[in-house]
Ligand binder design. Structure first.
Ligand SMILES: NC(=O)c1ccc[n+]([C@@H]2O[C@H](COP(=O)([O-])OP(=O)(O)OC[C@H]3O[C@@H](n4cnc5c(N)ncnc54)[C@H](OP(=O)(O)O)[C@@H]3O)[C@@H](O)[C@H]2O)c1
Length: 236
């Protein structure tokens, strides 16, 4: 890991908040931010933090934001939570496998929960700050070549719409804010483990550093867009 890591666009003593801090990318973000001499606070949120934030429990999102309001504003908010599979949920290979319960759970974690994160945490963001949400390239409708993964793809496409819509609104009232939808690439994690080919996946530490450097380079004019970790603009 690069020990000289620092973010230059957020000012001296910036405060960071990572939602989904227990995941592979969330942990890697926190490690890097804790190393940055310019960063004064790294607040980690997740199902097991205090306060807890469970994307399947809307009240916990609102109450976590109320508790953290004292420490606000944050100059950087990263949303690194997401769900592709769990014991009772597998990505669908065919429309014949679409299940109501799985669709609801994936949408709750990847779309509805993050919508409430926008509602309750954007007021805690510094007007010159950044909120970046981890989406996924498979949520691109224009780039969908393989099909399958109905719930995950659709939930990330809908997440992208929420980001775009909120960015339009923010540009009117807080034109210096950056609100970004980011694709981390294929990263070694529990989420990708059953599906990735080992050679294609990057360690989360590398992906997190690439994403933070990208966030640092992007300007308010880039707000409301969907970027790969390489800086490439992805089609909706
Ligand atoms: N890894 C990849 O190749 C890849 C590719 C494209 C996009 N992404 C996206 O990148 C993000 C991070 O993925 P990752 O690879 O780091 O996955 P990961 O290691 O599985 O981490 C997922 C995170 O989401 C959290 N989470 C799941 N359900 C939650 C809930 N109900 N409430 C609150 N938090 C919840 C987990 O918390 P717990 O620890 O409490 O379960 C964990 O912190 C996701 O949005 C994913 O879609 C990843």
């Amino acid at each position: 890991m690069n020990s000289s890591f620092r973010m230059n666009s957020l000012g001296e003593g910036y405060r960071a908040l990572v939602i989904g801090a227990s995941g592979a990318l969330g942990t890697a973000f926190c490690e890097l931010l804790n190393e940055d001499p310019k960063c004064s606070v790294v607040r980690e949120l997740g199902r097991n933090s205090a306060p807890g934030l469970d994307l399947e429990k809307p009240d916990s999102i609102a109450s976590a934001a109320v508790e953290l309001a004292e420490e606000a504003p944050y100059q950087l908010i990263l949303h690194a939570a997401g769900l592709l599979h769990r014991e009772d949920i597998k990505p669908e290979k065919s429309y014949t496998s679409i299940e109501s319960d799985a669709l609801q759970a994936i949408f709750q974690v990847n779309t509805l929960g993050p919508a409430l994160v926008l509602r309750h945490f954007l007021p805690l963001l510094d007007p010159h700050g950044v909120m970046a949400v981890l989406s996924a390239k498979v949520g691109s409708i224009g780039d969908n070549r393989l099909g399958g993964w109905y719930a995950y793809r659709a939930s990330k496409a809908a997440l992208n719409m929420l980001i775009k819509t909120a960015a339009i609104e923010l540009a009117r009232t807080r034109p210096h804010t950056r609100l970004l939808s980011l694709h981390p690439g294929t990263v070694v994690s529990g989420l990708s483990q059953p599906f990735r080919s080992a050679s294609a996946a990057r360690p989360a530490s590398i992906a997190a550093e690439e994403l933070l450097s990208l966030i640092d380079r992007l300007a308010p004019a880039d707000s409301g867009n969907f970027f790969a970790y390489t800086g490439e603009r992805l089609p909706w």
